[in-house]
Design a protein around this ligand. Structure first.
Ligand SMILES: *[C@@H]1O[C@H](CO)[C@@H](O)[C@H](O)[C@H]1NC(C)=O
Ligand SMILES: *[C@@H]1O[C@H](CO)[C@@H](O)[C@H](O)[C@H]1NC(C)=O
Ligand SMILES: *[C@@H]1O[C@H](CO)[C@@H](O)[C@H](O)[C@H]1NC(C)=O
Ligand SMILES: *[C@@H]1O[C@H](CO)[C@@H](O)[C@H](O)[C@H]1NC(C)=O
Ligand SMILES: *[C@@H]1O[C@H](CO)[C@@H](O)[C@H](O)[C@H]1NC(C)=O
Ligand SMILES: *[C@@H]1O[C@H](CO)[C@@H](O)[C@H](O)[C@H]1NC(C)=O
Ligand SMILES: *[C@@H]1O[C@H](CO)[C@@H](O)[C@H](O)[C@H]1NC(C)=O
Length: 591
């Protein structure tokens, strides 16, 4: 028998009783999991009905959003609750994902095995000063194929611009055809960006993931299948050069939930890897396409006519919002063999005298990246630092970067070993739609410049025909302002970006300009010294390893919410959309 809504009401009272607002902490979250465990053990339905009732009752979200979100993630949570010791280490990790409590910066010790020691004499890559080539970096397009011009852009859901069953007959703010800040991207906006990219004639493009719209309570497997395939077709139709894409956390359904190979389920997202493997073969060639299909969405492929290999990783097995990671108490240092795949491809590249660019969705330095996996990831970066010439991430929707150091206790210019470029999003929900264009040295594959192109949604002509223009070039805007100024012809390497963070701490207007650029001038967020924001932000820029970032977990707030705060200046991740964490947040009294 299904528990009634009345029962849910009783549970809401009792859950509020064990989780009064002031004391949301690790023990109370573990206590909540202990309360939910018998429900999950009685049946998945029982848990889903109960959580849906609570979500609605506590006003965490509108009823349709509650039921869509809980129907998606609830069954995986139920599986986890049935299979783990909810008061043990796995329960603590689950509480980290759900309520931002029980978090730790101390990874489980694990030494990543490498097939060979580092080379004694690593290959030296020398620039001959030849004409650079261009590469476009696209990210987080979040195309909503249900976007309806004229539908209300002012609605009660997390995202608007669709006609919902309960939309008022007369919209108060009719959406224009090309996009709105309260909505994900219409197809026309994506096509406009692709045309702008094609006009710039890149040698190739990289795409750091997240195709699907974030109306996660509505989208199902057939919607996401269409989303993935249609965008692959649109890229192929408009871009004459190859694209090297990677999979994002929104590129499956239910969102984020990529099962591990050890999970007991039929929906392991293989359908995602089948679609992308088929569709990407035109760019990455059949051997790499077969890796996509057989290695959970990851692959490596040589860029034709170069010694540059693209290594695209499906980071979702390292993502704390993937609840499949909590379905067993057995610690898995390498879910789905992703690290062993990464190492094998890097070793082959090193042996072949190639350089590698890593292309992936989720930045390894954020607090939503497992602290364990981030530590393992850093071990791989350190081992192959001579082979890796670039890292490209998305997910945060912001124009940002992260630096890795050989010694995180001494984050100095001398110790800076790698830098990751984080690409801005297309979706107008996180700032003005944008992409990056790199100038690349054809001998070293290092970046000589990075220019953000954007379209201004506040511009009068945006709804009739969006125009794309450079916002700024990193070399022009930052090169002269670091101390000493960046020498002519020097690449934008890790040491340059480190020196820029030093300049940020010395030069408030320069730092303010960086903060404004994160959202392409759309958000008026302020990041000052008054609350330590500038120091914290610089610390996060200097932390490609998540255990070294300066995020302070705020219990009850999901990471995403905290970072979205207009005043935080961090805009850490806007990727998530509404999720199960919001339901738990409401239970904690924060709704
Ligand atoms: C569950 O974990 C807790 C905390 O580590 C431990 O005290 C308890 O013995 C564990 N229970 C079982 C059944 O293993
Ligand atoms: C948005 O909708 C609400 C409720 O329908 C209405 O009260 C409000 O005035 C609208 N806001 C705008 C900017 O149209
Ligand atoms: C998926 O959702 C769409 C509406 O977005 C609906 O038309 C379709 O029937 C659904 N498919 C399945 C398999 O539930
Ligand atoms: C890392 O830096 C710290 C602080 O300067 C220093 O004490 C330590 O010896 C360094 N570690 C290594 C391995 O160089
Ligand atoms: C970074 O700054 C240091 C001085 O702190 C300087 O020695 C070095 O040349 C600079 N590097 C670059 C790439 O600008
Ligand atoms: C976008 O356009 C608005 C309105 O013209 C203008 O105020 C704003 O400065 C522009 N933003 C950028 C980043 O150029
Ligand atoms: C920022 O951090 C540095 C040390 O890293 C410290 O000296 C300085 O006082 C901090 N500034 C603020 C405003 O907190």
């Amino acid at each position: 028998m299904r528990p009634s809504i009345l029962l849910a009401a009783v549970a809401a009272e009792s859950i509020r009783a064990i989780l009064p607002r002031a004391t949301v902490d690790c023990p109370s979250c573990l206590g909540l999991l202990s309360q939910l465990q018998p429900l999950a053990k009685s049946s998945t339905d029982a848990l889903v009905v109960q959580l849906t009732g609570l979500c609605i009752q506590l006003g965490a979200a509108p009823a349709d959003v509650c039921s869509g979100v809980v129907n998606g993630a609830g069954p995986v949570l139920a599986t986890a609750l049935r299979q783990i010791n909810v008061t043990g280490p796995t329960g603590e990790r689950l509480c980290g994902a759900l309520m931002n409590v029980c978090t730790t910066k101390t990874p489980v010790p694990f030494t990543v095995p490498f097939p060979k020691p580092p080379p004694v004499h690593p290959k030296v890559w020398k620039s001959r000063g030849r004409v650079p080539f261009r590469v476009a970096h696209l990210s987080d397009v979040h195309i909503d194929r249900g976007y309806t011009p004229g539908a209300d852009a002012n609605c009660t859901k997390p995202l608007c611009c669709r006609v919902f069953p309960d939309s008022p007959p007369t919209p108060s703010a009719p959406a224009g055809p090309n996009g709105n800040a309260h909505c994900d991207s219409p197809v026309s906006l994506a096509e406009s960006m692709l045309a702008a990219v094609e006009h710039l004639q890149p040698r190739f493009s990289i795409f750091t993931g997240d195709v699907a719209e974030r109306l996660v309570w509505l989208v199902n497997q057939s919607d996401v299948s269409t989303d993935l395939h249609d965008f692959n077709v649109e890229m192929a139709r408009t871009l004459s050069a190859p694209v090297f894409p990677s999979v994002g956390n929104h590129d499956t359904s239910p969102v984020n939930l990529f099962a591990r190979s050890t999970s007991n389920t039929v929906n392991n997202s293989q359908w995602v890897f089948d679609i992308d493997g088929r569709d990407w073969a035109r760019w990455i060639r059949p051997a790499a396409a077969s890796q996509v299909t057989h290695h959970s969405g990851s692959y490596s492929a040589l860029v034709p006519g170069t010694q540059l290999r693209i290594l695209a990783l499906n980071t979702q097995y390292w993502y704390i919002q993937n609840f499949w990671l909590y379905d067993s108490d057995t610690f898995q240092p390498d879910p789905n063999g992703l690290f062993s795949f990464m190492v094998s491809q890097l070793q082959q590249a090193e042996d072949a005298g190639e350089r590698v660019w890593i292309v992936q969705h989720i930045p390894s330095g954020g607090s939503d990246f497992s602290v364990d996996s981030s530590n393992h990831y850093d071990q791989v970066l350190q081992r192959y630092k001579h082979t890796i010439a670039g890292l490209f991430f998305g997910h945060t929707h912001g124009d940002q970067f992260q630096i890795a150091y050989s010694n995180y206790s001494a984050r100095t210019a001398e110790n800076a070993v790698s830098v990751a470029m984080i690409g801005p999003s297309l979706t107008p929900n996180s700032g003005n739609p944008a992409f990056k264009l790199y100038e690349v040295d054809p001998d070293t594959y290092e970046l000589l410049d990075s220019t953000v192109y954007f379209t201004n949604t506040s511009d009068g002509a945006f709804q009739s025909s969006p125009t794309w223009a450079p916002l700024y070039s990193a070399r022009a805007a930052y090169g002269p302002l670091v101390d000493p100024p960046l020498p002519k012809n020097a690449p934008l390497g890790p040491v340059f970006w480190h020196n820029l963070t030093v300049a940020f701490l010395a030069n408030q207007p320069l730092f303010d300009a960086y903060i404004a650029r994160i959202s392409r001038g759309a958000s008026a967020s302020v990041c000052s010294d008054a609350d330590g924001c500038r120091n914290r932000t610089v610390c996060d820029l200097r932390a490609m390893r998540s255990q070294d970032n300066c995020d302070v977990p705020t219990p009850g707030f999901s990471l995403r919410r905290r970072m979205e705060g207009e005043d935080s200046g961090l805009v850490e991740t806007k990727c998530e959309g509404v999720g199960l964490a919001d339901v738990f947040r409401a239970m904690a009294g924060w709704a």
